[in-house]
Design a protein around this ligand. Structure first.
Ligand SMILES: [Fe+2]
Ligand SMILES: [Fe+2]
Length: 129
């Protein structure tokens, strides 16, 4: 398991907590497939992770826009950084099919980013949207 649900701090917005819980579940399934080096499953779940991340980010961005949240652009900027990283990794995966690279990304990059993003940006944003 990559991320335990209890590692993720709850924020003051139920919708955001639901999105985070859902993402942890999808990313953990993806990580399991990566550990198992199951190429077909990784292919399938990579698409699902990207779609799920997009729903997560786009929903928060829409809520920030509706609320006219002051720091919406910078919060979105941190989403965009991860969007680009995921897209680049997906492109490399499609060519190289290297589970080791994906494993390294999930364990060293994504996990810490996800926890930090929620502790900082999502926590600061939640009471304001
Ligand atoms: Fe979030
Ligand atoms: Fe966010």
């Amino acid at each position: 398991m990559l991320i335990q649900q209890r590692e993720i701090p709850p924020v003051a917005n139920d919708m955001m907590n639901m999105l985070h819980e859902d993402e942890v579940e999808v990313v953990n399934r993806f990580h399991d497939a990566v550990i198992a080096r199951d190429i077909d499953k990784i292919d399938e779940l990579f698409e699902e992770v990207i779609a799920d991340v997009e729903v997560h980010f786009a929903t928060e961005e829409a809520m920030m826009e509706t609320a006219n949240y002051e720091f919406a652009a910078i919060h979105k900027g941190d989403h965009d950084t991860m969007r680009v990283k995921l897209k680049d990794l997906h492109e490399r995966w499609k060519i190289l099919k290297g589970p080791k690279e994906v494993k390294g990304f999930l364990e060293k990059d994504f996990k810490s980013w996800f926890k930090l993003h929620i502790s900082k940006w999502d926590s600061d944003t939640a009471p304001n949207i």
